[in-house]
Design a binder for this molecule. Structure first.
Ligand code: GAR
Length: 187
């Protein structure tokens, strides 16, 4: 049985999509949603699906033991970052080898790294006159956005597209692909 813990800091559209998708599967379950932001929409979305939630601070994450304990309490054996904005510390990476996935709203290795999240990414893509953007789903290592890539999908960017337009196109790709890609790496 794969027991997923989702880490998220934002509105939670990806987290909710993943929860919905796996609610119909027998061998995979989202057991916990964790956030570093008490005001994030993801917590309300998780609760509306009766998924337990846990809020922690940046220090808790970096120090590891508190977050690790709650993951163990729920027997989580896979971590999915769905719009999570803090760096995952080495202690967590060592505790979950090859079992932490992230989604990034651009085609890595471009537009990744510290500070590159959400609208910042889409603004940079438009400012750079890119003709394509997309999503990257990858394993997480100790550097931001540098783990091995599992999957990418692309969308076209028209020359009049605003960052909001790119966000909409990328979000459609995220909702379409993220749950299936998670499922595809489950043994
Ligand atoms: C998503 O677009 C995700 O790719 C991005 O944050 C958004 C969260 O949206 N992640 C990053 O930028 C990570 N660097 P959501 O809260 O509605 O799922």
């Amino acid at each position: 049985m794969t027991r997923i813990a989702i880490f998220a800091s934002g509105s939670g559209s990806n987290a909710e999509n993943i929860i919905r998708y796996f609610s119909e599967k027998e061998n995979v379950k989202v057991v916990l949603v964790l956030s570093n932001k008490a005001s994030s929409g993801v917590l309300i979305r998780a609760q509306s699906h009766n998924v337990p939630t846990f809020i922690f601070t940046k220090n808790d994450l970096n120090e590891c033991s508190k977050v690790h304990k709650v993951l163990k309490d729920y027997n989580a054996n896979m971590i999915v970052l769905a719009g999570f904005l803090l760096k995952i510390p080495l202690c967590m990476i060592k505790a979950y080898p090859n079992s932490i996935l992230n989604i990034h709203p651009a085609l890595l290795p471009k537009f990744g790294g510290k500070g590159m999240y959400g609208m910042n990414v889409h603004k940079a893509v438009v400012e750079n006159n890119e003709q394509k953007s997309g999503i990257t789903i990858h394993y997480v290592n100790e550097n931001y956005d540098e783990g091995d890539i599992i999957f990418q999908a692309k969308c076209d960017i028209d020359k009049h597209d605003l960052p909001e337009d790119v966000k909409r196109k990328v979000q459609a790709l995220e909702l379409c692909h993220f749950p299936n890609v998670i499922e595809s790496i489950i043994p």
